[in-house]
Design a protein around this ligand. Structure first.
Ligand code: SF4
Length: 161
């Protein structure tokens, strides 16, 4: 039984998917009982996970939430594989590895956000100034004539065909 509503690890939320995931649309594929599993079905689930847009984040979530993922296939892994991966994470990062990973994720998000607002460096600003001195200000984009617009649309359609 797949349970997403039990108490999850707060620092590592289940990722949002841009499309409905296979485990939501066909949950029966993802059931997995040790010693009594249909290998062909399990293989189908693994293939679905391989093409899932949130597989990496799903695996992180599944590893951080052992109580919620003690059974079934998550991110292409079976329970035994997840236990082995958790042991390796504990060896490398310590027993509180979910907090360490959540902290790293948060720092990464902050760095990405900061990078979007970082002003030009002194060197970059100098290059922009030199370019403006040599070439003048950027020309305003010309307004296209209706003929040019039609030609561009035709080119786009031809490229898309
Ligand atoms: S990767 Fe995770 S979310 Fe995606 S189909 Fe597999 S189990 Fe579902």
């Amino acid at each position: 039984m797949r349970r997403l509503t039990d108490t999850p690890e707060p620092g590592i939320p289940f990722p949002c998917s841009p499309t409905p995931t296979a485990c939501r649309t066909t949950p029966q594929l993802f059931a997995y009982d040790v010693g009594n599993s249909d290998q062909a079905r399990a293989q189908q689930a693994r293939l679905a996970c391989a093409g899932c847009p949130i597989a990496t984040a799903c695996l992180k979530w599944a590893l951080a939430n052992p109580a919620l993922t003690s059974e079934g296939i998550w991110a292409g892994t079976i329970p035994r594989q997840r236990r082995a991966l958790r042991r390796r994470l504990i060896d490398r990062l310590g027993a509180d590895w979910p907090a360490v990973v959540a902290d790293q994720d948060q720092r990464l998000r902050e760095r990405r956000e900061a990078a979007r607002h970082t002003p030009l460096t002194v060197g970059q600003a100098r290059i922009v100034r030199m370019d403006r001195e040599l070439n003048g200000p950027m020309p305003r984009p010309r307004k296209l004539t209706p003929v040019q617009q039609r030609r561009n649309r035709a080119r786009l359609s031809a490229g898309a065909a």
